[in-house]
Write a protein that binds this ligand. Structure first.
Ligand code: ADP
Ligand code: MG
Length: 343
């Protein structure tokens, strides 16, 4: 009887990653030009030596952005960054984008033009061509989806699945800034809604706000790898928070890891805002998201090649799967890492 009652599964019971697994685990590739399908930052296609990588992402009003505090040009710019981040995470060079928009009556032509100005500015900044899309009316809110395309020589492509025990785990830039920027904007938005006369208090927080509103990508990383003759063993972009991305690397590479809390790069301003908002900067770095930095693993023998690079930070090491996944605190306490998607 009980069996019969449980007809439907709530998405929250299996989470975002469980949902994707359940919907896609029986999908097999049949075309010889489909090299890699579901499971990495981008799919890999092509029969020649130069492969094409393709990825797609949503950017939805009320879920991923709030139109009341996102400058329109920045919105357009950020959509492009979201799309290209997955291409860079394959160690590929971004080449083209397509953008679909769903719009309600609320949005004037002028608003959309401003957003498109941002899209075009990002295309110029990252040297990519805007080659198409689709436009549809929508019932609610403004919706974007971006498809990003890039290329790489077959031997340069880096997947999530190549990490090996004793590899070094590294991240670019710093983490948690975008999340703290968002918390600040949310706070000021709430105050403004309650007292429309009050001006937002955003001075002195330019860095975290820019990381949230107009993020940039670590595009120089690929060249750096070429110059130093490094081929990472695995790569992923940090869009959902460090913990979640580490989980993906460990799952796809069938391994475990140790992350050293003290080595996680957090900017001074991120820590200051966190303190002001009575939040933990470590949580922002581990679970915040939208950092658009890159997490990668390298062979230990390549350590000397990256140790003096300011923008690259070793944060831990890969271990065997049996070892598990741990955050090691400054007092050497070992805390099991946890991560989830949007549920
Ligand atoms: P990212 O965070 O890098 O954009 P996701 O976690 O969204 O990646 O997706 C992980 C993998 O699952 C990707 O290979 C993606 O193409 C695939 N995927 C996500 N959602 C779907 C879906 N609805 N249908 C088919 N594949 C999906
Ligand atoms: Mg990704």
């Amino acid at each position: 009887m009980e069996e019969k009652e449980k007809k439907f599964t709530r998405i929250s019971e299996i989470g975002e990653f469980g949902l994707i697994d359940r919907l896609t685990n029986d999908i097999a590739l049949k075309n010889s030009a489909s090299i890699k399908g579901i499971g990495d930052d981008a799919a890999v296609l092509g029969t020649g030596k130069i492969k094409t990588v393709v990825s797609t992402d949503f950017f939805m009003e009320g879920i991923h952005f709030n139109i009341s505090y996102s400058p329109l040009m920045h919105l357009g710019y950020k959509v492009v960054v979201i799309g290209l981040s997955d291409i860079i995470a394959m160690n590929a060079k971004p080449g083209q984008i397509l953008i679909n928009i769903g719009v309600t009556e609320k949005y004037s032509v002028e608003i959309l033009e401003k957003i498109y100005e941002g899209i075009k500015t990002a295309c110029a900044a990252y040297d990519v061509d805007f080659i198409g899309g689709d436009t549809s009316p929508s019932m609610q809110g403004l919706t974007f989806s971006i498809t990003a395309i890039g290329t790489a020589r077959e031997e340069d492509l880096v997947y999530r699945s190549g990490a090996k025990p004793n590899n070094l785990l590294c991240v670019t830039g710093n983490l948690g800034a975008s999340y703290m920027g968002l918390q600040l904007l949310e706070r000021e938005n709430k105050i403004f809604k309650e007292n429309p006369g009050v001006q937002p208090e955003l001075k002195g927080y330019e860095y975290v706000l820019s990381r949230q509103l107009k993020p940039e990508l670590p595009v120089k990383l690929k060249n750096h790898f070429v110059e130093k003759n490094i081929k990472p063993t695995s790569m992923i972009d940090i869009s959902d928070g460090l913990a979640s991305e580490i989980f993906h690397i460990c799952k796809q590479s069938d391994c475990g890891c140790e992350i050293y809390q003290e080595e996680i790069p957090i900017d001074k301003e991120t820590a200051e805002v966190a303190e002001e908002l009575k939040m933990e900067p470590l949580i922002a770095a581990l679970n915040g998201g939208e950092d658009f930095e890159i997490l990668f693993t390298i062979d230990l023998k390549d350590y000397d090649k990256i140790k003096d690079t300011e923008e690259i930070h070793p944060i831990g090491k890969i271990t065997s799967k049996e070892h598990g996944k741990y955050l090691v605190t400054p007092t050497k306490e070992r805390i099991p890492l946890t991560a989830q998607g949007w549920l």
